[in-house]
Each structure stands twice: as C-alpha cells, then as structure tokens.
Design a protein around this ligand. Structure first.
Ligand code: HEC
Length: 74
C-alpha cells in the first residue's frame, strides 16, 4: 500500500504529500472514521478522487490499508 499510495499521499507522521492535492493519510481520520473507507476501497472507487488511478484491492489488502490508517491516528 505504501507502493500504491505513497506516490501521492504522505504516509509519514509529519510533512505534506508528494502530490500537494492528496491529503496526507494521517489526516483522513479527522474527516471521517477510516472504517468508512472499507467499502469504497473494496469497490475500487473512492468518491472525490478524480486524479487518482482506480485500484482494485482484494479484501485482505483493504483490511491492511484500514489497519495501517488506524496506526496513524495516534
Ligand atoms: C496518482 C496519485 C494518487 C495515488 C497513487 C493515490 N491517491 Fe488517493 N488521492 C489523490 C488525490 C489527488 C486526492 C484528493 C482528491 C480530491 O480531494 O479531490 C486523494 C484522496 C484520497 C482519499 C480521500 C478521499 C476523500 O474524499 O476524503 C483517500 C481515502 C485516498 N486518496 C486513498 C488512497 C489509497 C488507499 C491509495 C492507494 C491504494 C491512494 N489514495 C493512492 C491522489 C492519489
């Protein structure tokens, strides 16, 4: 997921994203519970994501992403 996502989104605890438009992952939980992403990630579509390539993640990968995002909440 670092491979797929970190190209644009910051996965670090500080600093901006490589792509300024893309929200750093550690800020997502401030906007909504990251569990809400489970469904949209599984469907391969995230609303409001026009410049992001469409991903088809398998259920295991989706769980990994959510788990990872939760580790950033602290
Ligand atoms: C090519 C660049 C790019 C890649 C790669 C990318 N994203 Fe994004 N992502 C964006 C941009 C740009 C936005 C902001 C879109 C906007 O606000 O209009 C965004 C926004 C998001 C959002 C917030 C959506 C919202 O409405 O709040 C989530 C969640 C997200 N990305 C997840 C991911 C995940 C998970 C991956 C890897 C599987 C990923 N992104 C890979 C560019 C990218």
């Amino acid at each position: 997921m670092q491979v797929h996502c970190a190209r644009c989104h910051s996965v670090a605890r500080v600093g901006g994203s490589p792509l300024p438009m893309a929200p750093p992952f550690r800020t997502l939980h401030q906007r909504y519970p990251v569990e809400n992403l489970q469904e949209s990630l599984a469907e391969g579509i995230i609303t409001g994501h026009p410049s992001m390539p469409e991903f088809q993640l398998d259920p295991g990968q989706v769980t990994d992403v959510i788990t990872y995002l939760k580790t950033l909440e602290r």
